[in-house]
Write a protein that binds this ligand. Structure first.
Ligand code: PMP
Length: 418
């Protein structure tokens, strides 16, 4: 179990946020002459120096293409790349390293499953269930394959708090349902979904489930065996690792039965013009030269997260979210979008008569980086009847003082707009 292997060097009662901050060089940046207050972590997280240095170390002393190389450098880089796979396997408690496929990120992981599993298994009239709070990357790949196959996309509605209506999910399941793909943590609302319950119900009906863990893996402990999920996707860059690298976890029996997603080098064991024999897992799904430095950097990021302890991170972020939520409750013209009982990291809000774009631009002048827009969840915006929100999202290195700067900035904007 990954939890017992996690060396939590920082006890939650002595969480040393200043020490953590000193590991992230970018946090020393000034923006418009003001100290950077980086609250756009749901879009991408900053990187600790160990991850940055790892990329440099890779290119300056290891760079070589992996697999099949007999020379020393190729063996070193292969070991480092495969070592990262093992770290990820342990981190999410997968059964074997062949269940860990490196991809470009969550988006590619979901497309892989839709194009490979979906193309093989969906037929005319079949149904795929997602929810109303999905990121576009957990909507569009399913729409594409459903269109191709004549299957239908079914959507679990959400309530006014931004929570899945479980009874509606129960009603959607029937003998045409072939797949469920669900987000663990909503990037625009912060809602933590009851994925275990969702998976249990699907499994009672022999339906496989993919969990989009893009916003979960950096805030919550993930144990794929405990969740029993069939697939799980996440991106390196949201968990303090590099961009352009991500993971698809899949149960070995499902992955084994699936056709390759892309063809090319490395995914084969032999090729003739008459017939190609595909490579074993996980290489069958890793065509071409991968993002070697990215994978190694992701392994380093996971080491860093484990050093701090995901439970400690979660507790710290919860304190920040509670603190920020209490502070904005005193601003009458501010409305929080996403008030689920179980939430992490994300504070999405609208201000009466002030466009989110103006809020984002004015906060930027205070050095505060937040995200404004639909956050690639347009159906969520439609659900709440708004075009966009302003979103502050917290990470392990944020502080209450930074929340104070955000709140001060919001109050100033309200004053300016009268
Ligand atoms: N799902 C969720 C919930 C996300 O927040 C994101 C990124 N914003 C994605 C999927 C897509 O991740 P990526 O762009 O890294 O592939």
């Amino acid at each position: 179990m990954n939890k017992t292997e996690t060396p939590d060097i920082i006890n939650s009662s002595v969480y040393d946020v200043e020490k953590i901050r000193s590991d992230f060089p970018i946090l020393q940046t000034k923006v418009h002459g003001k100290p950077l207050v980086y609250l756009d972590n749901a879009a991408t997280s900053q990187k600790p120096i160990s991850v940055i240095m790892k990329a440099q170390e890779y290119y300056s002393s290891m760079n070589s293409n992996i697999h099949r190389g007999v020379h020393a450098l190729s063996q070193v880089s292969t070991e480092a790349y495969e070592g990262a796979r093992i770290k990820i396997k342990k981190f999410i408690n997968a059964l074997g390293k062949n269940e860990i496929i490196f991809t470009r990120g969550t988006t590619e992981s979901i497309n892989l499953v839709a194009q490979s599993y979906g193309r093989m298994n969906f037929n005319e009239g079949d149904e795929v269930i997602i929810s109303q709070m999905e990121h576009h990357s957990n909507i569009v790949p399913w729409q594409m394959i459903c269109d191709e196959k004549g299957a239908k996309l079914k959507v679990i509605p959400i309530n006014d708090n931004g929570e899945i209506i479980f009874e509606e999910y129960e009603k959607l399941i029937n003998n045409r349902t072939k797949f469920v793909s669900i987000v663990y943590v909503s990037n625009s609302l912060g809602t933590v979904n009851p994925v275990k319950q969702i998976i249990d119900l699907a499994h009672q009906n022999n339906i496989p489930v993919l969990v989009d863990a893009a916003q979960a893996v950096n805030h919550l402990p993930i144990d794929v065996q405990d969740l029993h999920c069939d697939f799980l996707a996440f991106s390196g860059h949201k968990i303090y690792g590099p961009t352009g690298i991500g993971v698809l976890y899949g149960k070995v029996n499902l992955l084994d039965a699936m056709p390759p997603y892309q063809g090319g080098g490395d995914m084969i064991s032999s090729v003739t013009f008459e017939k190609t024999i595909y490579n074993e897992l996980p290489y069958k799904f890793e065509a071409g030269t991968p993002n070697i430095a990215g994978a190694i950097g992701l392994g380093e990021a996971i080491d860093y997260v484990q050093k701090i302890g995901i439970d400690n991170i979660n507790k710290h972020e919860k304190e920040l979210l509670d603190y920020a939520t209490a502070a904005v409750a005193e601003i009458p013209s501010l409305k929080i979008i996403g008030t689920a009982k179980n939430k992490v990291s994300v504070l999405s809000f609208v201000l009466d008569d002030i466009h989110p774009h103006d809020i984002g631009t004015m906060l930027d002048f205070e050095g505060v980086a937040i995200r404004t827009g639909h956050h690639c969840t347009q159906p969520v915006m439609d659900r709440f009847g708004i075009p966009a929100t302003s979103r502050a999202s917290f990470a392990m290195y944020n502080t209450k003082e930074e929340v104070d700067v955000l709140i001060k900035g919001i109050k100033k904007i309200i004053e300016v707009f009268g």
